[in-house]
Design a protein around this ligand. Structure first.
Ligand SMILES: Nc1ncnc2c1ncn2[C@@H]1O[C@H](COP(=O)(O)OP(=O)(O)OP(=O)(O)O)[C@@H](O)[C@H]1O
Ligand SMILES: [Mg+2]
Length: 365
């Protein structure tokens, strides 16, 4: 009888081990979980498929290598794993950003020691989840809050600026006529400069007003290609001025979208203007139309072969008043984003070191 009992215990232990093994195997293959196992020599013993993908490593080339060597090309403060891990520094919900192939990942990381039955340290593990989507959602919510507040202030101020501007402009035009009748050419020139400047202020004020969204949005069924073709001459003109080559790939048979035509023009003009401004040494600006794979959006991609947007800038480009240009107001993209959001669409940007693509997605029927 005792003999049988022993066998039963043994079997239980085996099935428990089996279960644990399966559990760890599943863990390592889980598509959503990054796992790294490290031994006491600070060498990588195992790594999950997802971790390899996100970190951009080939499993075979890094297995059993020292962590310092694996992360050698990365500055110490950005490495995912630190040696202090083996000193028992437990990490919980630590947020880190990771760049791989110009793709930015936001990771949430836990790490801890592994001990044997005698409480001796035998290694350590790191587990992380990719929370990029969550983080960008959070940032977007914060941004639209800020935008709404700035918009209200800006729109209020803009109204107050526009009224006096209108009367100044009116009186200047009267003055110009007087100078004309008295053949005062120099003075007429001054007036022209003043009128030009007033127009510039007016344009700025109009952007402010849009930010506050008092304008009635007229959503209707429209054809995106027609809208783009309508503004193509303006973009072409701007491109020629900047010695930029321009490409437009029209796509036939796209479904109509629900949008405000005038506002949509403004969005494409702004984005194309940015693209052309980025092409200081010439280059190509390409506009491509596509239907989103799930058929719910028409996507307009505006691609430029410019220098791209640095990682430390890309998070801020939709913020109102963020600009890297001497003459810029930094309102272009924030206005674009507001307009497209109001239509139920979204704007994405991807910049892979060289060149930038803005994708405007507009809901279609
Ligand atoms: N295609 C691009 N290539 C490189 N950087 C870009 C591109 N588009 C936008 N940016 C960056 O984003 C910033 C914000 O753009 P945004 O259009 O909002 O303002 P701006 O162009 O600086 O000023 P404004 O549009 O008011 O003249 C720019 O200053 C620039 O740094
Ligand atoms: Mg701009």
């Amino acid at each position: 009888m005792p003999h049988y009992l022993f066998l039963l215990d043994d079997l239980e232990e085996m099935s428990e081990q089996n279960l644990l093994q399966r559990f760890s195997g599943t863990f390592l293959r889980d598509v959503n979980l990054g796992v790294l196992l490290i031994d006491t020599e600070f060498r990588l013993v195992d790594i999950s498929d997802m971790a390899c993908r996100v970190l951009g490593f080939h499993k075979e080339s890094i297995l059993f290598k020292r962590i310092e060597d694996i992360f050698a090309s990365i500055p110490p403060e950005h490495r995912l794993v630190e040696r202090t891990l083996l000193d028992g520094r437990i990490v919980r919900n630590h947020a880190v950003s990771w760049m791989n192939n110009q793709e930015r990942y936001e990771l949430l990381l836990d790490s801890n020691l592994l001990r044997d039955n005698e409480d001796q340290i035998v290694g350590a593990y790191i587990i992380f989840k990719d929370v990029t989507n969550l983080r960008s959602l959070e940032a977007q919510v914060q941004r639209s809050d800020r935008l709404a507040m700035i918009g209200q202030i800006a729109a209020g101020t803009a109204h107050e600026i526009r009224n006096p501007l209108t009367s100044i402009k009116g009186f200047l035009q009267v003055l110009k006529k007087t100078f004309e009748s008295k053949d005062m050419a120099k003075e007429q020139g001054y007036i022209d400069v003043m009128l030009d400047e007033i127009n510039r202020v007016n344009e700025l004020v109009n952007e402010f007003l849009l930010l506050g969204k008092p304008k009635n949005v007229l959503l209707q069924k429209i054809d995106v290609s027609t809208v783009i073709k309508g503004i193509l001459p303006i973009i072409n003109n701007e491109a020629i001025l900047h010695k930029v080559h321009m490409n437009y790939e029209e796509s036939s048979g796209l479904p109509p979208v629900i949008a405000d035509q005038e506002l949509l023009k403004q969005v494409f003009l702004n984005i194309c203007k940015n693209g052309i401004e980025a092409l200081t040494d010439g280059g190509t600006l390409t506009i491509v139309e596509k239907l989103d794979p799930d058929g719910r959006f028409v996507n307009i991609e505006v691609h430029d072969t410019g220098p791209g947007i640095p990682v430390y800038v890309i998070d801020k480009i939709f913020d109102p008043f963020f600009t890297t240009k001497e003459e810029g107001t930094g309102l272009g993209l924030s206005v674009c984003q507001r307009i497209i959001h109001d239509m139920g669409g979204h704007i994405r940007v991807s910049s892979k070191g060289y060149g930038t693509t803005f994708t405007v997605s507009i809901p279609c029927i």
